[in-house]
Ligand binder design. Structure first.
Ligand code: HSE
Length: 424
């Protein structure tokens, strides 16, 4: 089978390499030869580590009759959607690693595919076969929850900050050098990349529609040394979590940094590694672990889709052969989220401040679980400020947001109040 690679960057180079390196094994497993015949790039002058004819004329490649499968690794949303739609109109198979494309267009693409194979295993958690696990291995189950660390770059940064005291910017730079980060790394650290992946998994698990804008997304940019200090002191780690949970007849979807007790399995997932835990009503809790970013791990998932297509196996794209008889679940309103919370407040260190804060919390239904005050810091003007840390018992997101809004207006607040959710 002839393959065209649209976008020959970190992942595309590895796809071409592995197809050559493991050629005999892959042919035997697929029952056919799988051969990359052309790569499409924007810049033909850029030096690339790949032995493949290259062109910058994408339309000529889309219109070739001798290509059987197109691998879309271009990045972005609108242009890949146009290109992939054209390819599907020509009834040619597509494999993509593009989670943003799927986060916005998965159901339109599903309608376009018909019987044409469409693989996207590489779009979620890099080398971990989590789409297969959810769509095939766990297909007997009602999915109760999905909890994951699904962005290698953020996990790499948080681990470096926690374990080695590395500064945020330095850890990000290193993640970029290692080829983990998106072209625009704000997608990684802002939680959007994770949210795209969560939506894909939640659509398979629950049939939910919705765009990334519909769900709660917070990134790791605001985390400081003070939060790391608190986490270490109280036996937590900080992770960027993706959470999908069935709550009554709704689905709760959220992406945000979270304090996780350090003895939990997911707390031990460090560096670029990803992990996804899926709880099903029949199977109980399952956990999938592996490298979530990087050229060769992602290429491994891309090639598994190529092999499936060559074998003639064609799974229903979003996991349903016919429409779900039961109404698919709706998203839970963000204000209704219930969990535990951590606050970091920088305040004037003077009489009555602590009392005012605790009063404010109790008036708004927040019950304090723990409290810590870091010894005072004197600045050059000799005025004193203090850093206060609070954690709460399970509370309602709407109450927490209201307390933060009120705190922001208080004259004793020296810095924007910062909150992290706590997950058990
Ligand atoms: N940039 C992503 C990550 C890799 O850091 O996990 C591909 O999804």
């Amino acid at each position: 089978m002839n393959v065209a690679i649209l976008g020959v960057g970190t992942v595309g180079e590895q796809v071409a390499k592995i197809l050559i390196q493991n050629q005999k094994l892959i042919s035997a497993r697929a029952g056919k030869d799988i051969k990359p015949v052309i790569g499409v790039v924007r810049n033909l002058d850029k030096k690339r580590d790949v032995n493949l004819p290259l062109t910058n004329d994408i339309n000529s490649v889309i219109n070739r009759d001798d290509i059987d499968i197109y691998i879309e690794l271009m990045g972005g949303v609108d242009e890949p959607y146009r290109v992939v739609s054209e390819i599907l109109h020509r009834k040619k198979a597509v494999v993509t690693a593009n989670k943003a494309l799927l986060a916005y267009h998965r159901f339109k693409l599903q309608n376009l595919t018909g019987d044409t194979p469409f693989g996207f295993e590489a779009s979620v958690a890099g080398g971990i076969p989590i789409i297969k696990a959810l769509r095939e291995g766990l297909s007997a189950n009602q999915i109760l929850s999905i909890n994951g660390i699904m962005n290698g770059t953020s996990n790499y940064i948080l681990t470096s900050m926690m374990n080695s005291g590395v500064k945020f910017e330095d850890a990000l730079k290193k993640a970029q050098e290692l080829g983990y980060a998106e072209a625009d790394p704000t997608f990684d650290i802002g939680g959007f990349d994770t949210a795209h992946k969560l939506l894909i998994l939640a659509s398979i698990a629950y049939g939910v529609h919705g765009d990334p804008e519909d769900i709660l997304i917070e990134g790791i940019e605001g985390i400081t040394k003070d939060d790391i200090f608190f986490a270490q002191d109280f036996e937590y780690v900080i992770k960027l979590l993706a959470i999908a949970k069935k709550v009554g007849d709704k689905v709760e979807l959220r992406v945000h940094p979270a304090l996780v007790a350090k003895d939990k399995m997911i707390a031990k997932v460090d560096g670029v590694m990803n992990a996804v835990s899926v709880a099903g009503d029949a199977v109980g809790e399952t956990m999938f672990y592996g490298p979530g970013a990087g050229g060769s791990a992602t290429a491994s998932a891309v090639i598994s889709d190529l092999i499936d297509i060559a074998r003639g196996t064609n799974f229903p794209m979003m996991g349903y052969k016919s429409p779900l008889e039961i109404k698919s679940l709706e998203l839970l309103a963000q204000d209704e989220i219930r969990t535990k919370y951590y606050f970091r407040l920088k305040v004037d260190d003077k009489v009555g401040v602590l009392a005012r804060i605790t009063n404010l919390m109790s008036e708004n239904n927040l019950s304090i679980d723990s409290f810590l005050q870091k010894p005072h810091i004197k600045n050059e003007e000799n005025d004193k400020k203090a850093t206060l840390f609070f954690t709460t018992h399970t509370s309602r997101e709407a109450d927490v947001k209201r307390v933060i809004r009120i705190l922001e207006e208080q004259e004793f607040i020296r810095e924007k109040p910062f909150m992290i959710r706590i997950e058990q």
